[in-house]
Ligand binder design. Structure first.
Ligand SMILES: [Zn+2]
Length: 134
């Protein structure tokens, strides 16, 4: 049985982070569908089945290169989102000591000490200078 499965999986893509994520989404959708009325339940349940089908399609796919590209795209998006939340969390933790400004030209987040009055902020990334009250 185990050998048969191993032979079946030979040359196929297998599990990755994106498929794991799709599996979580499937379970969340199934859980949500339990609390919905008849028509919404059908819609969410169908979506869950489609998500599951997509995840299985990816796992058993033989187009390994394409699946790898999809996974890389997913990982980079996930990284950007976690980074965004991480930055917000750090800003919240440091809100008493620092003020945060977005650089007007490159949109980088800049941190300056609070309570210094009007100061000239110079962006570390692109060198743009602007005045702000802290
Ligand atoms: Zn800048």
């Amino acid at each position: 049985m185990k050998q048969k499965f191993a032979r079946f999986m030979f040359g196929r893509y297998g599990m990755d982070e994106l498929s794991k994520f799709l599996t979580y989404v499937t379970f969340i959708l199934l859980a949500v569908s339990l609390f919905l009325g008849a028509s919404a339940k059908t819609a969410v349940f169908t979506l869950a089945v489609l998500t599951m089908a997509l995840s299985y399609f990816r796992i058993f796919s033989k187009n390994i290169e394409k699946r790898r590209t999809e996974n890389a795209k997913y990982l980079s998006r996930k990284h950007r989102i976690t980074e965004w939340f991480g930055l917000r969390r750090d800003m919240w933790k440091q809100r008493r000591e620092y003020r945060f400004f977005k650089c007007p030209s490159c949109r980088a987040m800049l941190r300056v000490p609070k309570g210094k009055g009007k100061i000239r902020v110079v962006c570390k990334k692109c060198g743009t200078a602007f005045e702000k009250k802290t």
